[in-house]
Ligand binder design. Structure first.
Ligand code: NAD
Ligand code: GLY
Length: 375
């Protein structure tokens, strides 16, 4: 299929599991053409949350039917709570009820919650069925729909039960973001900024200027922001699919951010993208405090995060005074922690992050106290 002039195709080079991320405006209206070649039998189940179904469900169903596919819409309530054993059991039961076979494909149409849940259901349904991602949040377009991480949460923590299961195709329609609330847009922008901060100084510099245009969804700026983010993610995933090394860089800001999210109970008060913004600012300040990067890099990183009205300081989050030891205890639960030793993604400069294993909890404690956490 010839791409629309304002579209890009980013390949994810994973050998026999390779796939394309197609990015551009108006893709949902042509979803039938894009998806049909992937189906053996002409039927699919589209997993979608109620909000996305209300905004865009009808349009996708019509487009898929135009492509000759019979569609069952499996609508779930919105919210992180669906990424649970209960949500998984319910979805699996509904898929079984439709009698989908191994040769069929599921479509995950939504943000990261739908993508993670439907992707994980696909990974275990009849020991594995294919799926396609149609991400509808900026966060899902630049991050969660690409790379094959799928998971649900448990009361012990987020994303603790899951699988690597790559999609067969990702269709990122930029027009669909028009209905996304501003706060969700800024959360996705945090992940976009992450790519510049971790590995591409030129992209970071461009975002410093073009950030407002990206957030205002100016078409060319949005296309560049999503495409460059996906290119970077695809390159890292192709090199390290199961996070044995370099893929961990994608967790810049996550160890600090997750600790605060966990302390707040993963509610709506602090969204994941906001926690990542705060965490990245902290990772740069900690890197500067340890002498890994220059102070001016930490100041510049923080300014770019704050410019998108994302939190950069614990004091930006009004909820509570944070206790340093409690935050460190949450950090110990991080999936990157090995045998109790803390792992962080730190930086030598903007665009040059590295994996720091065995970080001394005492140094983190001192840093958190300087950041205003209580002893
Ligand atoms: P989300 O899926 O909850 O979507 C956020 C909100 O936006 C929801 O209320 C949703 O209904 C609504 N929404 C979605 N698209 C919309 C649209 N186009 N218009 C209007 N409203 C829309 O949240 P998210 O931020 O997309 O994803 C967060 C999840 O992603 C978390 O569970 C996180 O753990 C996961 N995640 C996974 C990966 C990965 O690699 N698999 C990476 C990052 C985050
Ligand atoms: N979002 C982190 C990763 O996909 O590895």
């Amino acid at each position: 299929m010839s791409p629309h002039p304002a579209s890009t195709v980013v390949p994810v080079g994973l050998g026999e599991r390779a796939y394309e991320v197609r990015i551009g405006p108006g893709l949902i209206d042509r979803a039938g053409e894009h998806l049909a070649p992937f189906f053996k039998r002409r039927r699919t189940a589209v997993v979608v949350d109620q909000t996305v179904a209300d905004h865009h469900g009808e349009r996708l169903a019509v487009a898929l039917e135009k492509g000759g596919l019979a569609v069952d819409m499996l609508v779930i309530p919105p919210g992180e709570e669906r990424k649970s054993f209960e949500g998984l059991a319910d979805l699996s039961d509904r898929l079984l009820g439709l009698g989908l076979d191994r040769g069929d494909l599921i479509v995950a149409f939504g943000g990261g919650v739908v993508g993670d849940l439907a992707g994980f259901a696909a990974s275990i349904y009849k020991r594995g069925i294919g799926f396609i991602q149609i991400p509808t949040t900026l966060l899902a377009q630049v991050d969660s729909s690409v790379g094959g991480k799928t998971a649900i949460d448990t009361p012990r923590g987020k994303n603790l039960i899951g699988a690597f299961h790559q999609p067969r195709l990702v269709l990122a329609d930029l027009d669909v973001l028009a209905t996304l609330p501003d706060r969700e847009m800024r959360c996705g922008y945090a992940e976009t900024l992450k790519y510049g901060l971790l590995g591409d100084f030129a992209f970071f510099e461009w975002l410093e200027t073009a950030g407002p245009a990206v957030l205002a969804q100016e078409p060319q700026a949005l296309l560049k922001a999503v495409s460059r983010s996906v290119e970077m993610k695809a390159e890292i995933v192709a090199e390290d699919e199961t996070e044995q090394g370099r893929r961990a860089l994608l967790n810049l800001g996550h160890t600090f951010g997750h600790a605060v999210e966990a302390e707040l109970g993963f509610g709506d008060g602090l969204k994941h993208g906001e926690a990542v913004g705060l965490g990245m600012a902290q990772a740069f300040r900690f890197s500067a405090a340890m002498g890994y990067c220059q102070q001016q890099d930490a100041v510049r990183a923080e300014a770019a995060i704050a410019a998108a009205r994302l939190p950069t300081r614990l004091s930006d989050i009004s909820a509570l005074p944070f206790n340093a030891d409690r935050l460190i205890a949450h950090m110990g639960q991080d999936k990157k922690a090995e045998g109790g030793a803390l792992t962080f993604i730190l930086a030598r400069a903007i665009g040059d992050a590295f994996v720091a294993k065995g970080v001394d909890p005492a140094a983190i404690r001192d840093f958190l106290l300087c950041e205003g956490a209580t002893a």
